[in-house]
Design a protein around this ligand. Structure first.
Ligand code: C5P
Length: 246
C-alpha cells in the first residue's frame, strides 16, 4: 500500500436492502441504532477512514431511502454517495448498484462490495484486501473454517429429521467468505453480465467471478467481522460497541 496520495482509490457498494427476517426486529438491521449511531454508519466509517473511498452506492429498501440519505449526509458530509432502491436478492441489489455507478459517471478502477451489516471491518483489512485486488484483480476477506464443513443432500425431504452427508471437504481448504470483496471494476461488471445471461444466482460476488473461470484470492480476516444475522449477533454487536463507549 502506498502513501495516501498514490494509494489506489475505490468505489464501494454497500448492500443494505435485506429483509432482516432472521433477526426478528421491526426495523431493518442497517438502521438499528447502537452506541448512538446506526449500524450502517458504523460499517461505513472504516471505509471513509481509508482516505481512498471515492463514492459509495447504498441499495436499500424503498421505505428507508430517506433514512439512509440522512444518516450518510449527517455522519459523512464530505462523502460522494447515492442511495437507490435494492433488489429482491442481494445479487440484484449489487447489480443495481453497478448500474447506478455507471449512470453517475463513476469510473473507479476498483470496486468493493461490503455487507452493510458487518460493522466490525477494519481499515487494515480493507487495505490488505485492496492490495491483493490490485495485485491479482480480485480478492476477498475470509477466515479459515473453524468447524468441519459437511456437504449435505438438500434435495432430501425437508420433513426428515436429518440430511444425508454427501461429502466432507478437507477443513484446511475450507474458508468462510466475508466481505469486503474487491475487484477490478471491468471484471466485476463482466461477472454480473455473465451471471445474468446464464441465470446464475450466487450468495457472494466472488462466486460470480469464479464462474468466469477467473482467479479470486482470499486474504485472512478476523472472526469479529461477522454478519449481523441472528439475535445473538445483535446482542454481541451491542455488547462490543456499547462496551467500547464506556
Ligand atoms: O441476506 P444476507 O444476510 O446475505 O444479506 C447480506 C447483505 O446484503 C445485508 O447487508 C443485506 O441488507 C443486503 N441485501 C440486499 N438486498 C437483498 C438482500 C440482502 O442489499 N435483497
Amino acid at each position: 500500500m502506498g502513501t495516501p496520495s498514490n494509494r489506489p482509490r475505490f468505489a464501494l457498494i454497500l448492500p443494505a436492502a435485506g429483509s432482516g427476517q432472521r433477526l426478528g426486529e421491526s426495523i431493518p438491521k442497517p438502521y438499528l441504532s447502537v452506541a448512538g449511531r446506526t449500524i450502517l454508519e458504523h460499517t461505513l466509517q472504516p471505509f471513509v477512514d481509508t482516505g481512498a473511498l471515492v463514492h459509495v452506492v447504498i441499495p436499500t429498501e424503498k421505505n428507508y431511502i430517506q433514512t439512509a440519505k440522512q444518516c450518510v449526509a449527517s455522519s459523512f458530509p464530505a462523502l460522494s454517495f447515492d442511495v437507490i432502491q435494492g433488489g429482491k436478492e442481494r445479487q440484484y441489489s449489487i447489480e443495481k448498484g453497478l448500474d447506478a455507478m455507471k449512470n453517475a459517471g463513476i469510473d473507479a478502477q476498483w470496486v468493493a462490495v461490503h455487507d452493510a451489516v458487518r460493522p466490525f471491518i477494519t481499515v487494515d483489512e480493507i487495505q490488505r484486501c485492496l492490495d491483493a485486488a490490485v495485485q491479482f484483480g480480485a480478492a476477498i476477506v475470509a477466515v479459515p473454517a473453524k468447524d468441519t464443513i459437511k456437504m449435505v443432500d438438500i434435495d432430501a425431504d425437508h420433513q426428515t429429521v436429518a440430511h444425508r452427508i454427501e461429502d466432507t471437504p478437507p477443513r484446511a481448504q475450507c474458508w468462510q467468505a466475508q466481505t469486503p470483496q474487491i475487484f477490478d471494476s471491468s471484471l466485476l461488471k463482466q461477472a454480473y453480465e455473465n451471471a445474468r445471461e446464464l441465470s446464475i444466482v450466487g450468495t457472494d460476488d466472488a462466486s460470480l467471478v469464479e464462474a468466469l473461470d477467473r482467479d479470486v484470492y482470499v486474504v485472512e480476516g478476523r472472526r469479529e467481522n461477522f454478519k449481523i444475522t441472528y439475535p445473538i449477533d445483535l446482542t454481541l454487536t451491542r455488547w462490543l460497541l456499547e462496551g467500547e463507549e464506556k
